[in-house]
Design a protein around this ligand. Structure first.
Ligand code: SF4
Length: 652
């Protein structure tokens, strides 16, 4: 193995053979994490921590749903103290679940909580720092003085954790990096990793190792890069392989939250990273558990998959986003960087114009014209089916080669050709666009040479390997090393899954390649897994979550916790009703002003709880309206969007 691949590989055991990264075991009450323990599932209460009975009841519901650790916010000393009451109440009811105190800004609450609960989570961005959004010019000496100041504030907590056998999570959030880190490293994965390492080095100096680390972001791309970089830096500095807590923060609700979480968490699980999962949804905490379980369970029988050839030279950059450069073929690749969506109608019994509604095309009978929505697919794969009606002018049809020969008179009809047939040169080609159905085993030097010289070729890739993402990534490696810039549609086939499973699996399998800049199109074949609309929406949601094709408004809403000042689920729904047509706008909806503004990351507008019944509105990071009564806040948000020229009227 050459030095380059050895260096790049340091973020996981293997890029081609599934195996879980070996971490040290961390003791958290009676439920150890890391080492050979299974991937643990956890969540956080949303109820006020001072509501002892409510916290106990909610924790019990979470444990019964499958939570193995329960996190509870402790914003001040009084809540930290009340953790004792909650813990006693739970033990009396026979629940020994380890509790985790969630700390921001308040070392004194952390020091108290560490004497009571099994684990404390600190945020290195705000444990010893106040956030002022200032850029500071540090000298080496002044930076060192800052680190000394942190050490002084942090060591007392470490000592308490050592004395009481309490574990600690150093939980970096992309949105709440300290001004110090932002000034020196920037708002990026490198800054996130350094933020945790500053605290981790102090822990190791104090011989404290009962530690878990997280690198959360609401942007799955950033989150994936940060965890990978963290693993590489731990190895580089000779620090211990601490367990990783995986999560996409402020993921939102419903399908958006699930898809975003699966893209981030699933991509890392594929590489064998992750010892515990928290899926952050703006829903009841129990609703997070089945999602996390579903994500983790796919790896129970992953070991022993069909072998995939080793990689000698790895051309993909795992720590920052670089889109693979491809040549232009019709509307794939080149100057069309947007991945295309191909829907599957090849197994559909009857196809009529109305069938296209589910794929984002609405036929207006009175006007005799098609209305095309933002989630209209670009192509339909018909296999051996044919249709008689006129299709919208933006839509292409793909047929199996033999059937295409009977349909070639149609506009925008293209063939799908097996790689072996194409290679033998025995088939007639379209003079515009040919989809070549390709598996990794089809690729050799001669095939690459032929396809490189074929200006009409787009590879349509598939896999039958249980470790399919790795096999398809391996295929991209062959193309990149062979300097073959043919565009690629990533295809995956599923059958007999629940719609939840399909959403999570496809988001992992396709999203994991898209976050590495791979893929010029996506195709999901899913028999008995959900409606045509659901499958089409899932494809667009995956592209949205990977930020490769924006088709709707993005909501960065916090999962809520004991600090939350309004009903997040209800408010998110209200804001969604008014703004869901604002394609490309990002709206942060945050439960509290303590963490909300920092955690909104790169939202364009922010709606943040600033007191009971009061909302503060943001444009980017800037406060623009303070303490607006809740009843007026959604209207004010819409006005604000209008004032900044981002408003469009919804289609009637
Ligand atoms: S932003 Fe939301 S989840 Fe985070 S501390 Fe505030 S209320 Fe809790």
């Amino acid at each position: 193995m050459n030095a380059e691949i050895a260096a790049l590989k340091q973020y996981c055991n293997s890029l081609v053979q599934y195996s879980r990264r070996k971490t040290i075991e961390v003791k958290i009450g009676d439920v150890p994490m890391g080492g050979i323990n299974p991937i643990r599932i956890q969540s956080m209460t949303t109820i006020d921590t001072m509501d002892t009975q409510g916290s106990i009841e909610q924790t019990i519901r979470m444990v019964d749903a499958g939570c193995e650790y329960v996190r509870i916010t402790a914003p001040s000393i009084k809540e930290a103290q009340n953790l004792d009451e909650i813990k006693k109440g739970l033990r009396l009811r026979g629940y020994n679940v380890p509790l985790v105190a969630d700390i921001h800004f308040t070392p004194n609450a952390a020091e108290l909580a560490a004497r009571i609960v099994e684990k404390v989570r600190i945020n290195p961005g705000n444990y010893a720092d106040k956030k002022r959004f200032e850029t500071i010019d540090y000298t080496e000496a002044s930076y060192q003085a800052e680190l000394d100041r942190i050490r002084k504030k942090f060591v007392p907590l470490i000592k308490i954790c050592k004395e009481y056998g309490t574990a600690m999570r150093i939980g970096t959030n992309h949105g709440s990096l300290s001004d110090r880190i932002m000034s020196r490293y920037g708002d990026n994965p490198a800054g996130m990793v350094e933020s945790a390492l500053e605290f981790l080095r102090i822990c190791e100096d104090e011989q404290f190792y009962n530690i878990v680390i997280s690198m959360k972001s609401s942007n799955p791309q950033v989150m994936v890069q940060a965890y990978r970089l963290l693993v590489q830096k731990l190895e580089e500095e000779g620090l211990k392989p601490y367990p990783l807590h995986l999560g996409v923060t402020e993921a939102g609700d419903g399908e958006d939250g699930r898809v975003k979480s699966a893209v981030g968490i699933g991509t890392l699980l594929e590489d064998g990273l992750g010892d515990t999962i928290r899926v952050s949804l703006t829903e009841e905490p129990e609703a997070e558990v089945p999602v996390a379980r579903e994500l983790a369970k796919r790896y129970d029988d992953r070991v022993g998959h069909e072998p995939i050839a080793a990689i000698q030279h790895y051309p993909i950059t795992p720590f920052d986003y670089n889109r693979r450069k491809t040549r232009e073929v019709v509307n794939f690749g080149g100057s069309h960087p947007i991945p295309r969506v191909i829907a599957d109608f090849s197994t559909k019994e009857k196809i009529t114009p109305a069938s296209c509604f589910a794929l984002g095309y609405h036929y207006a009978v009175a006007l005799d014209k098609w209305n095309i929505t933002d989630t209209a697919c670009d192509y339909i794969f018909l296999g051996d089916k044919t249709i008689e009606f006129e299709i919208p002018g933006t839509l292409g049809l793909i047929f199996n080669h033999q059937t295409w020969q009977t349909q070639r008179h149609r506009d925008r009809a293209y063939p799908l050709i097996k790689a072996s047939d194409y290679h033998k040169g025995e088939v007639e080609l379209s003079d515009r666009l040919n989809f070549i159905y390709t598996l990794l085993k089809d690729i050799d030097e001669a095939f690459l040479e032929k396809v490189k010289n074929e200006p009409t070729a787009v590879l349509f890739i598939n896999t039958y390997n249980k470790h399919g993402l790795a096999e398809q990534r391996r295929l991209f490696v062959e193309l990149m090393n062979g300097r073959c810039d043919v565009p690629v549609v990533i295809g995956r086939a599923y059958a007999d899954l629940t719609s939840d499973q399909l959403q999570l699996y496809a988001a992992t399998d396709l999203g994991g390649l898209l976050v590495d800049g791979l893929g010029d199109g996506v195709f999901i074949a899913a028999e008995h897994c959900g409606s045509d609309k659901f499958i089409n929406d899932t494809a667009f949601n995956i592209l949205q979550a990977t930020r490769t094709r924006i088709s709707k408004t993005e909501y960065i809403s916090c999962p809520s916790c004991g600090r939350t000042l309004f009903d997040l689920q209800e408010t998110t729904a209200k804001i969604r009703v008014r703004t869901s047509h604002l394609k490309g706008i990002k709206i942060g909806i945050m439960g509290c002003i303590v963490n909300g503004p920092g955690e909104m990351a790169d939202a364009d507008y922010g709606y943040v709880g600033s007191g009971p019944g009061r909302i503060t509105l943001y444009k980017g990071k800037e406060v623009v309206r303070r303490n607006v009564p809740t009843a007026e806040a959604v209207d004010e948000l819409v006005d604000l969007i209008r004032e900044h020229g981002d408003w469009i009227e919804p289609a009637s």
